[in-house]
Ligand binder design. Sequence first.
Ligand code: HEC
Length: 467
Amino acid sequence: MKHPALRAVLTACLAAASFAGHAAEAKPGVAEKLYQANCAACHGVKMEGAVGPSLGDHAWLHGAPTKANLIKIIGKGVPEKDMPAWSPALNATQIALLADLIAANAAKPAVALTPEAKAQQTVPDLNGFKLPKGFHISVYANQVSAARSMVVSDSGVVYVGSRKAGKVYALVPRADKQTADVLTVAEGLEHPIGVTLLNGALYVGEISRVIRFDNIDKRYAQKPSYEVLKVSLPNDKWHGEKVIKAGPDGKLYIPVGAPCNVCDVEDSRSAKIYRMNADGSQLEEYARGVRNTVGFAFHPTTKVLWFTDNGRDEMGDNTPSCELNVAPKAGLHFGFPYCHGGVVPDPDFAKGRSCEEFEPPAAKLGPHVAPLGLSFYTGKQFPEAYRNNVYIAEHGSWNRSTKSGYSVRLITLYNSKVVTDTAFIDGFLRGEEVVGRPVDVATLPDGSMLVSDDYGGRVYRVTYDGK
Ligand code: HEC
């Protein structure tokens, strides 16, 4: 036996086997108990497989799962492959009971996994991703269920929000610096998609409130307590999830989406971006006419706010475009619900208004691509041409007849004007198969880039080695 971990499991198993040996009569449940005591550690409590193979519907390694075959393999084991021989630790009756149990399990129709569950269980073939020459992609952390926005602390801990999982995670770098352990900082929260750091505290945006974990880098592993900010914002469920970002002015920026596909929100508190002090005081409107922004960032040198906005639905596959916007000052109107994508008047709401009245997008990203998080790359690892440009995670369309988005885009800038919009990472969509949906982009202290994926529940890492 090669692996110490397996040896430990086996020692425990054999101890349990001799204990279980007293209860060898064929009572119902005996076989199940034998299985749980001796086999589950390696084959999974539901025979779904762990360090040993699944004992359900799979490509059987040692011939068809007939009773005779199973008795043989359980008795003799495959010692060179870490499957112990169970004779004589278990007697012939016990082995026969186990063979019956496994044969019955093997005959059960396989539980069909949803495509999403499948994506979570299987890391996609990394060669299926396409990046520019010299860039490489790997998995930084798995089992980051529903991973959404990310923020990186100075010490290199990555805080990640989630949606339905209700959790905030901390990705703590391992010694190799190429992968991370996943810890749960908090759970049971209401779609805590937004995370940001300010003055050493982690702020989390939920649908109905903003919470703050002080001194987070010292406390993430201890299920830390939190404070609830005294701020009241609309908490509609539709487009009600809230990213949150600390601005260069020391304020917190937070959006409230339109509670609809398209509706009149002009005199309401929705479809706006707000900002407030770190304690929630002095809440003020910063931008309006913003349908549903799920990501923003501040330009590294101009300090100006850039944000994505998701275009309205139900105008067909090809219009209107989602937007990348720039808000250099407070009080600008970005068009919703009157004008979409800078040029498309709304068929119901545009009456008497013209697109010229509103701020045009800095870039039209395409219809239904669902741009979420964006980030300026300020690291030193990527070549010059890749720095201080915008990276946008496009979650991908949910209702377009041909899927679009599912990509991380590189938007190059010259003097804060958009020059090009090209794919930086493609391959989250393979044919019609979705293997991941990008949500946010962040940079680690070593200059490598992280991309969160809420579909596969993992975080990828992109490095550059110039080869
Ligand atoms: C220490 C880990 C370990 C334990 C404990 C263990 N197995 Fe296994 N088992 C394995 C491994 C690894 C294999 C795959 C061997 C190979 O690659 O040929 C295997 C293979 C098998 C197979 C053949 C699967 C196939 O695809 O053909 C059966 C059946 C099986 N085990 C039954 C059992 C039963 C029943 C028990 C409990 C009495 C048990 N195993 C306990 C590790 C374990």
